[in-house]
Design a protein around this ligand. Structure first.
Ligand code: GTP
Length: 336
């Protein structure tokens, strides 16, 4: 049998939408920055599988000057792909801010975050209690973390609604007690997306982990990106459904038939199968691996890429505006 060779890279898709910054994202960001002086700690969540892609520079700008705890969420879904050197690298990326890795169902992880919050609250010694704000990109697990901290801290049932699709939390919530002594209130916030994603692959990563609604990017494209990543990680992961392949349409057709995802007439429903297969990966059933590179210089490289993408985005916007004005001027002249 021929040796299987995975695709070495995924093509740049110029037509792919690269923004998902919504009206309520801007509104939430403005509200968060207005409440900054009343908040003692910012708990910024990033998805452990995409530690670089799930960074949002807007938080740095809008929420500067407050102590910050970085929490890499969903670590159970990236299990075993990060060694000690890489963990140290991530920790150094954020120095002097503290970094923690969490699985929301792991009692010890949640307890550690709670202990840090309590230590911070004790230093401030505020009689009316400390207020802390949870922020992050959509669907990274903010509300789940709030519920877990409340469960561990004050043994109360969940206060925030969570869900598999982004945008479940739409407004800054009222504060929720997570510790009695010292008194700590936590405030949940809606996920805020980056204004502009540097390249199409980053957008696909964010779609794959669930930061972007499934209706925004064609599901077959997201599934194709997943197939590419599974092949790089271990092409035998999906052996239950298909032999190693780089062909997404063959793959989805076979999976669709085998799992009964069919359209009227019996043809496999490729879109429904794509959504299903992506959902399996999101639940850790098709390999648990990271999508971003992690080494000590990765963060710096990422910041540079982000800056140059930001500049070219500004330039493109200016050019588009100039073109619009020119067209308007020409119309006015023609009408005069
Ligand atoms: N496996 C795993 N799943 C998690 C973890 N934390 C959250 N989730 C899941 O991730 C999904 C999103 O969680 P939420 O807490 O609703 O995310 P959010 O950041 O509040 O989402 P928005 O409302 O879009 O801002 C849910 O399906 C959670 O069950 C985790 O540590 N491990």
């Amino acid at each position: 049998m021929a040796v299987f060779i995975p695709r070495p890279n995924f093509p740049q898709l110029d037509s792919l939408v690269r923004s998902y910054f919504l009206g309520h994202h801007q509104a939430a960001l403005t509200e968060m920055s207005q409440m900054l002086s009343t908040v003692e700690l910012i708990i910024e969540c990033r998805d452990h599988r995409v530690p670089l892609s799930s960074r949002n520079p807007l938080f740095e700008k809008a929420l500067a000057g407050r102590e910050r705890l970085m929490v890499y969420t969903k670590k159970d879904l990236a299990q075993g792909t990060l060694n000690k050197i890489q963990k140290n690298a991530i920790t150094k990326w954020h120095s002097p801010n503290k970094v923690m890795f969490s699985d929301v169902n792991n009692f010890l992880d949640v307890k550690k975050i709670l202990s840090y919050a309590r230590k911070t609250a004790k230093q401030v010694d505020n009689l009316t209690g400390s207020r802390m704000l949870i922020v992050g990109m959509p669907n990274v697990g903010k509300s789940s973390l709030l519920n877990a901290l409340r469960r561990v801290g004050v043994q109360r049932k969940k206060a925030a609604i969570t869900g598999g699709q982004p945008g479940v939390t739409r407004k800054i919530a009222t504060s929720v007690k997570v510790s009695e002594d010292p008194l700590i209130y936590l405030i949940d916030s809606p996920g805020v997306f980056v204004p502009y994603v540097p390249n199409s692959e980053t957008m696909l990563k964010l779609a794959l982990v669930g930061c972007v609604k499934d209706t925004i990017i064609p599901p077959v494209t997201v599934a194709d990106y997943l197939l590419y990543r599974m092949n790089l990680h271990d092409p035998t992961i999906y052996k239950k459904y298909h032999e190693p392949t780089n062909n997404i349409l063959d793959f989805l057709a076979k999976v669709g038939k085998e799992t009964g995802r069919l359209m009227k007439g019996g043809e496999p429903d490729l879109e429904a199968t794509a959504l299903w297969i992506v959902g399996r990966w999101r639940n850790g059933l098709l390999g648990r691996f990271m999508l971003d590179p992690v080494d000590k210089d990765a963060y710096q490289r990422w910041l540079e890429e982000e800056e140059s993408a930001g500049k070219s985005n500004t330039r493109l916007k200016k050019e588009a505006k100039a073109e619009r004005l020119e067209a308007q001027r020409a119309r006015n002249v023609a009408m005069a």
